[in-house]
Design a protein around this ligand. Structure first.
Ligand SMILES: [Zn+2]
Length: 93
């Protein structure tokens, strides 16, 4: 599989690390009533069939974090954007 890094261009999968589902939203409340939301956030993930947004880290390259929209059936890459451009936060380590 080839991954298109927004900074470096297309590279081999071995240069990247999958960093999880990019559609999960962290709960904002720390009240006990939000325990169910926290359990879902920490432990539950969907197993999507088709297009899905994921976080990737170019660990052996520019070290950028980015979101990649990938079809989980065909592995076709549909879109890519630096994580910092999407949510305004700097995810680089
Ligand atoms: Zn890169």
């Amino acid at each position: 599989m080839r991954i298109p890094c927004p900074n470096c261009g297309e590279r081999g999968l071995e240069e990247f690390s999958y960093r999880g589902d990019a559609t999960v939203t962290r709960p904002t409340s720390i009240e006990p009533s939000s325990e169910s939301a926290w359990l879902d956030y920490v432990y539950l993930r969907d197993n999507p069939y088709g297009p899905h947004w994921e976080f990737w880290h170019h660990i052996s390259g520019c070290r950028a974090w980015f979101r990649l929209k990938r079809d989980t059936v065909t592995h076709e890459v549909l879109a890519v954007a630096l994580a910092a451009e999407v949510d305004g936060e700097d995810h680089r380590s």
